[in-house]
Write a protein that binds this ligand. Structure first.
Ligand code: HPA
Length: 268
C-alpha cells in the first residue's frame, strides 16, 4: 500500500510541477461548487491517477483540483470515496495519505449529515468538535509506521484552535454555527427512528456516512483537521431523506460554508 501511495503522489507531483499544497480540502455531495473559489492551476481526473479509486455516486465529480485561495496553495478533492460504495477503508482514505505526501499541513472536510440534536434546523452548519465512529476503523491492519503510531490518540481530533478561529470569522460574517458530535455510520441506509434516538442517547448531534475514516487517517499523520457538516435533514422529525433532497440542501448551505473555509484558509 505504501508503494502505491508513493507512486500516486509521485505521478501527481510530476503532473503539477511540484505544486506542494498547504491545505487539503475534501468536498462533499453538492458542495462541489466550492471549486469556484479556487484559482485553478491544475486539475487531475481520479481515473488518470495511478492507484486512485474512482467515484461512483451521482453528483460526485472525481477530480483533484490544485490552485490558490487567498494566496494559499490548496488541493481540493471534488468527489470522495464512501465505504458504502464497496471500497475498502484503505481505498476510502488513500487520497488523504497521498495528500500528506504532497505536503498538506491542514485538512478541511465538509459533509452532509442528518441532524439529531433537536435544536438543529435543515441548512444549519455544524462544526464537528468530536465524533463517534460506528464504521470499521481504517487503521486496522499492519500499521504504516512511516506515517504514524499503532495506537493513535484521538484527543483534540478536530483542532480546537481552528474551531476558535472559525467561530470568530462566523461572528464577523453573521454566519450561524452549530457545534456537535458527528456519528459516522456505514450507510447506505438512512437511520431508523430508533437508531436516531440511539445516536442521540449516546451523545450524537448529527449522523453521516463519511468523514470519520479520512479524519482518523489524517490524525494518524498528525494533520490538524477542521470539519463542517451541512444539516440536510432532521432525523427525529417525520421528514424522509432522499438523495436529491440532500443535494439541494447541501448547495444552499454551501455558500456559507465556502465563506467560512475561504476566510479560515486566509487566516491560517
Ligand atoms: N443519516 C446519515 N447520513 C446522512 C443523513 C442522515 O440522516 N443525511 C445526510 N447524510
Amino acid at each position: 500500500m505504501l508503494n502505491e501511495i508513493k507512486k500516486s503522489a509521485a505521478y501527481i507531483a510530476a503532473q503539477t510541477e511540484d505544486f506542494r499544497p498547504e491545505v487539503g480540502i475534501i468536498l462533499s455531495t453538492g458542495l462541489g461548487d466550492f471549486a469556484d473559489h479556487i484559482e485553478v492551476k491544475y486539475s487531475l481526473e481520479y481515473k488518470d491517477i495511478p492507484g486512485f479509486p474512482v467515484s461512483t455516486v451521482e453528483g460526485h465529480k472525481g477530480r483533484l483540483i490544485f490552485g490558490h485561495i487567498e494566496g494559499r496553495r490548496v488541493v481540493a478533492m471534488q468527489g470522495r470515496f464512501h465505504y458504502y460504495e464497496g471500497y475498502t477503508m484503505q481505498q476510502v482514505t488513500f487520497p488523504v495519505r497521498v495528500m500528506k505526501l504532497l505536503g498538506i499541513e491542514f485538512l478541511f472536510v465538509s459533509n452532509a449529515s442528518g441532524g439529531i440534536n433537536p435544536t438543529f434546523r435543515v441548512g444549519d452548519l455544524m462544526i464537528i468538535n468530536d465524533h463517534i465512529n460506528l464504521m470499521p476503523n481504517p487503521l486496522i491492519g499492519r500499521n504504516m509506521d512511516e506515517f504514524g503510531p499503532r495506537f493513535q490518540d484521538m484527543h483534540n481530533c478536530y483542532d480546537s484552535a481552528l474551531i476558535a478561529k472559525a467561530t470568530s470569522i462566523a461572528d464577523e460574517e453573521c454566519i450561524k454555527l452549530q457545534y456537535g458530535v458527528y456519528v459516522g455510520t456505514t450507510g447506505p441506509t438512512f437511520e431508523t427512528q430508533a437508531e436516531y434516538r440511539y445516536f442521540k442517547a449516546i451523545g450524537g448531534d448529527a449522523a453521516g456516512m463519511s468523514t470519520v475514516p479520512e479524519v482518523i487517517v489524517a490524525r494518524h499523520m498528525s494533520i490538524p483537521v477542521f470539519a463542517v457538516s451541512v444539516i440536510t435533514n432532521c432525523g427525529l422529525s417525520d421528514q424522509i431523506g432522499d438523495h436529491e433532497d440532500v443535494q439541494a440542501q447541501g448547495r444552499k448551505a454551501g455558500e456559507k460554508m465556502a465563506k467560512l473555509f475561504v476566510k479560515l484558509i486566509k487566516n491560517l
